[in-house]
Design a binder for this molecule. Structure first.
Ligand code: SER
Length: 594
């Protein structure tokens, strides 16, 4: 097998698909734009959902990229050999262009001729078929034609060979590729978790949409969505024991050793602590250092970040990691990754400052919280740790629930999570309760209601520029089916008159019922046309510019209403401070809710 470095693997992958007519597109932000249903980008396909559903992508219908991803659903598993909360996903997409046979041929070519994986080491799975979709015989035949022996092609049911992000959305049967680490080993198929088969790549033949009621509709087009985990593939290619033994972690690992004198691998406990710190600090580095970077807080993404940092601090105690170490470890990642993700170098100081602040804050309360925890457990009768006490540890000492759960487990107790939630709900505003729900990930909401609110956001930004100042621009946007939320730079509260005037201008544009038109052009042409938006050429050569009569011209990826007249009546329901120099508006469309 080809012992590649991370950068060589990224390059080899992108160049291979470029040679097959794919356009290389940059990684999107880890914080999804205009998508309230999910906190983080969880897969390469995630930023591409509108295009999988049929919108035209400015870079064409064959794309490839390396996407930064965060998945925190398995956070408890971090510490083992393969789980990570941040990872990079290599991917290639056909948006209504080639389909399964071509995708499989290229996957086979890449695995055997570019990564030099011997065919005897490969095994694949294909969809066995059910009432929703037929048995995937053509993928089976294609693998056979490539040279995979029949006894290494396994038909598996929907549970294993069907891919969907969340509960609803674009989906389809997939074919998964595995390395057979022990061809003479125990007779089993790749769904077995005995470690014989390691998954390396997934090709999804995305042709359905799963609806709320559980039924499937056919998509407008048949897509291919593939994903290969970079760290896992490096681990396999280099024959190392775990993802933490790949070169991506060398310097950070050495740093932890320098700071603690405890050696990775010395005991299971030390290794687990190392892995949790290595993983969580890397994820925190990417989240704070993102182009849409976040900081620790008590809601949504910020709370996930807080939990990651605090968990790293807690495990740091087990190996005597001194306070101030997280930023030192983050520095290793900034140095390691900046050549590919230059946002990390740009935001380096912010990353160190935020980590230091959060680490200090939690270190102050951690010791007292642990004292309190230890006191409580001496009084508990039975094996249940009271939910109310878990909430008190959160409220007074900043212990995220999973830290209390872990501590409880280590001491033979189980936390009454329902009791914790009840106590939490009694104390917290409704808005923050949602973050626990969204923690698991999901899929972009692309309903008509959000498309209408998205369209209204364009009109509102144009109106804000007119009423307040041409220098006002978008600093954040979040849309649910019920409302839009828009952050913009402005250094004082808006007056009632200004709010009324913005509403009036937006409603005037709605009344004019002009069509929402879209044109593709280069960034330079877009600038010259007077379009507003982010000119970072995010999608490669061309961008989409949406125009609504004389009212608005803006670079955007969609989706949108067809005419402004579809929007209903626009109303601002709140105008408030979001952070220093940033205001936040919440607004709704009346008479046209979903
Ligand atoms: N979306 C699929 C996955 O995440 C393939 O990219 O596995």
């Amino acid at each position: 097998m080809n012992k590649l470095t991370a950068q060589q693997l990224r390059d080899t992958y992108l160049k291979f698909f470029e040679s097959k007519g794919h356009k290389i597109i940059p990684s999107a932000s880890l914080i999804p734009e205009n998508d309230p249903s999910v906190l983080f980008t969880t897969a390469g396909m995630h930023p591409l959902v509108p295009y999988l559903l049929g919108e035209k992508h400015p870079a064409g219908n064959r794309l490839t990229d390396v996407q930064k991803c965060v998945r925190t659903g398995d956070i408890d598993e971090v510490g083992d050999k393969s789980h990570l909360t941040f990872f990079e996903m290599l991917g290639n997409w056909s948006l209504g262009d080639y389909f399964n046979e071509q995708a499989i041929k290229w996957s086979y070519e890449f695995l055997t001729e570019y990564l030099h994986i011997p065919v005897e080491k490969l095994a694949v799975t294909v969809f066995a078929g059910d009432d929703d979709a037929p048995r995937d015989v053509s993928s089976f035949e294609q693998w056979k034609a490539c040279g995979i022996p029949e006894d290494k092609i396994f038909f598996l049911p929907k549970k294993n060979n069907w891919w969907i992000a969340g509960k609803t959305g674009p989906c389809g049967p997939d074919t998964e590729m595995f390395i057979d680490t022990d061809p003479e080993g125990e007779d089993c198929d790749p769904s077995s978790d005995n470690g014989r088969y390691l998954e390396i790549w997934n090709n999804v033949f995305m042709q359905f949409y799963k609806n709320e009621d559980g039924s499937y509709s056919k998509l407008k087009q048949r897509n291919v969505d593939t994903g290969m985990g970079l760290e896992r593939t490096l681990c396999i290619l280099n024959g190392v024991e775990s993802v933490y033994d790949t070169e991506l972690f060398y310097t950070a690992k050495q740093k932890i050793f320098d700071l603690t004198g405890k050696a990775y691998g010395d005991s299971a406990e030390i290794t687990k602590a190392y892995r949790i710190i290595l993983d969580h600090v890397r994820t925190a580095t990417f989240l704070i250092g993102d182009t849409r970077g976040i900081v620790p807080s008590n809601v949504d993404q910020g709370y996930v970040l807080r939990r990651l940092i605090r968990r790293a601090v807690r495990f740091g105690r087990n190996i005597d990691l001194p306070t101030g170490s997280l930023a030192e470890i983050a520095r290793c990642y900034v140095e390691k990754y900046s050549y590919y993700y230059d946002e990390l170098a740009l935001n380096a100081q912010k990353i160190y400052d935020e980590l230091n602040k959060e680490e200090e804050k939690f270190t102050k309360t951690l010791a007292d919280g642990l004292k309190e925890f230890n006191k409580v457990i001496t009084h508990i009768q039975g094996a249940t740790f009271p939910g109310k006490t878990a909430f008190r540890l959160y409220d007074m000492f900043g212990f995220p629930l999973e830290i209390t759960m872990e501590l409880a487990k280590e001491n033979g107790f189980t936390v009454d999570v329902d009791g914790y939630n009840k106590a939490f709900e009694e104390h917290q505003a409704k808005s923050s309760a949602g973050s626990e729900q969204k923690f698991k990930g999901g899929l972009a909401d692309t309903s008509e209601a959000t498309a209408r609110l998205h369209t209204a956001t364009h009109l509102m930004q144009a109106a804000l520029k007119k009423v307040l100042s041409p220098t006002v621009s978008q600093k954040g946007s979040n849309i649910t089916v019920e409302r839009l939320r828009f952050d913009f730079n402005f250094d004082r509260p808006m007056t009632a008159e200004e709010i009324a005037e913005v509403e009036r201008l937006v409603n005037e544009a709605i009344k004019a019922d002009v069509p929402v038109t879209m044109e593709e052009m280069t960034v330079d042409q877009a600038k010259a046309s007077g379009a507003i938006g982010v000119f970072d050429n995010k999608y490669g050569e061309k961008v989409k510019v949406y125009t609504m009569g004389e009212f608005s011209k803006e670079i955007c990826g969609g989706p949108h209403a067809n005419r402004t007249g579809e929007l209903g009546t626009f109303k601002i329901i709140k105008e408030q401070s979001s952070s220093a120099g940033i205001r936040r508006i919440k607004a709704v469309l009346i008479g046209n809710e979903q």
